[in-house]
Design a binder for this molecule. Structure first.
Ligand code: ACM
Ligand code: ZN
Length: 573
């Protein structure tokens, strides 16, 4: 009893010391673009929420979800009324604001939130939540104080496409884990999930028209587990999402302001497909779903009309599930070796009168033909294509969007030619790379390449872009490939906090970025990660390694004395 009494006294002392603090220091990530902080605060616990009649039903439901959460964790019920809530929190439609923009005016006596669309209101709510104690994200009742600092905020994103790529092919992530990624994206105001759904190592979409894509293509008989290509664990591995599950993820993401953009990578990275239907390849096989990483020479045989029928059927199924305007058709790393040898592909090249010219082979122009056919097919269904920067080589038809991944040069070249671009350079935004140079203390990652959070943060998408090209940079994306990432903990460790850093590249105007301010704000974001149970890399806080393997990070001086090449790759996976 005595012991319990002591614990409650400590708890009460904690609450009292906590209630002395008026508000949480302003530490919103991504940092809002125009903020004026004032004196005093507004106590939001128990405040009435007013929702303008003109606000659409699903937006009102999202706002009401926040009201419910606040009531739960504060223990004080917030009522909901129509229209303005005198002395409360009013959500008002303001069609003069732009897409995803919001205005937030917090005074000691009221809060007014204005936006023109769903995402605008969602982001206002996310900002309010980050201005409150991290307990707002939890499920326990906490005394608070639930005070918002007086502030006037006008905020809108720098880029309209703010994405993360998630590779579910090299390793497969449950619907629940995928939803966790979506949750943390939404908290950081990202709005595009590029879902890499097909690969040499596994086909992850249920196909009702082509069942072997799942019976054969979704499974491999082992997985490369170290840098050695032969290092297979010989364990059957795989899975796929049913069409219902895919729809569930699309709907879940939409509620969180996120559009899911599916990728079917073609004509390369198709070994899972040709293993399922060997007639789709140039040699006829046999093929095997790949167990190792890297690039395969076995690509689709595009000399055959039946290959296009297959692709159109697959896209038909896909379009029925994914309403996104953009569809990613891949296009990267498609060796031309098989096409050079294949009589059917060579016949097609003759028929199309393709020639080697301008430094590109006729086989490269054959890939351009494939891209254009897919572009036209998807355009006939009201969709637009995005592809990796290889689609720019040779010829690319107007209307395509290029995703620059081999550094920034592809993006710069695309902008020079007038294409829209999403920048996702491996030099800054490949978050499958190590979080630090401490390769012996980190979980195994791809290559011996590292991108610490500071380097990610420092990326400036307009650097090197031609004058006037800004309007073509529609967005920025960080890519989470998963060759060496096999557990949800490792997935989240590679994602966080680098995704939060990427969110400031995507959201903040160039003049509003400041790594020291970001680093200070990360203390609060880290509490949010903790309360939601995310695993994250603590390198910013002087620690490396996954939970259970954490160690103090080496000092800068110590790192300078080490020949990085001699540090052994991750040793504990
Ligand atoms: C890529 O990383 N192959 C797009
Ligand atoms: Zn062929």
């Amino acid at each position: 009893m005595k012991h319990l009494g002591l614990i409650s006294m400590i708890a009460i002392a904690g609450l009292l010391s906590c209630s002395k603090a008026q508000t949480v220091p302003f530490s919103v990530i991504p940092a809002p673009n125009e903020v004026t902080l004032g004196e005093g605060s507004f106590n939001i616990a128990g405040a009435t929420f007013g929702i303008d009649d003109a606000i659409p039903e699903e937006t009102a439901a999202m706002i009401d979800g926040f009201r419910g959460q606040l009531s739960k964790v504060s223990g004080r019920n917030s009522a909901c009324v129509k229209g303005t809530a005198e002395g409360g929190v009013s959500f008002l439609l303001n069609e003069n604001l732009g897409q995803e923009e919001y205005a937030l005016n917090i005074t000691p006596s009221s809060v007014v939130v204005e936006a023109a669309d769903y995402n605008g209101f969602l982001y206002a709510v996310q900002t309010i939540k980050q201005m409150l104690p991290a307990a707002i994200y939890g499920s326990s009742r906490v005394r608070g104080p639930w005070k918002l600092q007086t502030a006037s905020i006008l905020d809108a994103p720098r880029f309209r496409y703010r994405g993360i790529l998630l590779d579910c092919c090299r390793h497969f992530w449950s619907v629940e884990e995928t939803k966790r990624i979506i949750d943390i994206m939404s908290i950081n105001k990202l709005n595009r999930l590029h879902w890499h759904l097909t690969e040499d190592q596994g086909w992850r979409i249920e196909s009702k028209k082509y069942p072997k894509l799942n019976e054969v293509g979704s499974w491999r008989s082992g997985t490369q587990v170290a840098y050695d290509r032969e290092s297979s664990d010989s364990v059957r591995y795989g899975g796929y999402y049913t069409q219902d599950q895919l729809r569930e993820v699309v709907a879940y993401a939409a509620e969180r302001g996120i559009t899911v953009i599916p990728e079917i990578d073609l004509p390369g990275h198709m070994v899972a497909a040709v293993s399922s239907y060997p007639e789709l390849g140039c040699t006829g096989g046999p093929y095997e779903v790949r167990k190792s990483w890297g690039i395969s020479k076995d690509v689709l045989c595009v000399g055959k009309e039946s290959t296009f029928k297959f692709l159109e059927d697959v896209f038909d199924e896909l379009l029925d599930i994914f309403p996104s305007e953009y569809i990613n058709i891949g296009g990267d790393e498609a060796p031309k070796d098989r096409w050079k040898e294949c009589p059917v592909c060579q016949k097609k090249i003759k028929e199309l009168r393709l020639k080697d010219r301008d430094g590109h082979t006729k086989e490269q122009y054959l890939q351009n033909y494939v891209t254009k056919r897919m572009q036209d097919y998807l355009a006939s269904k009201g969709r637009k294509i995005i592809g990796w920067d290889e689609i720019l080589e040779g010829e690319l038809a107007p209307g395509a969007t290029v995703m620059s991944w081999r550094g920034t040069k592809g993006g710069i070249a695309a902008v020079e030619k007038g294409f829209d671009v999403v920048m996702s350079p491996n030099t800054y935004l490949y978050i499958d790379y190590y979080n630090s140079m401490e390769y012996d203390r980190e979980p195994l990652c791809i290559g011996r390449k590292c991108l610490p959070v500071e380097k990610v943060y420092g990326y400036e998408p307009m650097e090197g872009m031609p004058e006037g090209g800004e309007e073509h940079i529609i967005g920025v994306q960080a890519n989470l490939w998963t060759e060496y990432i096999s557990t949800p903990e490792h997935l989240e460790y590679n994602l966080l906090p680098r995704m939060s850093a990427a969110s400031e590249i995507q959201w903040c105007s160039a003049g509003n970025k400041d790594f020291q301010r970001f680093k200070a704000s990360m203390d609060h974001m880290r509490e949010i990660y903790d309360i939601l149970g995310y695993t994250y890399c603590k390198y910013m806080w002087g620690i490396v390694g996954l939970p259970g393997h954490e160690q103090p990070a080496r000092s800068r001086e110590a790192l300078d004395t080490i020949d990085i090449k001699t540090i052994e790759k991750g040793t504990y996976e």
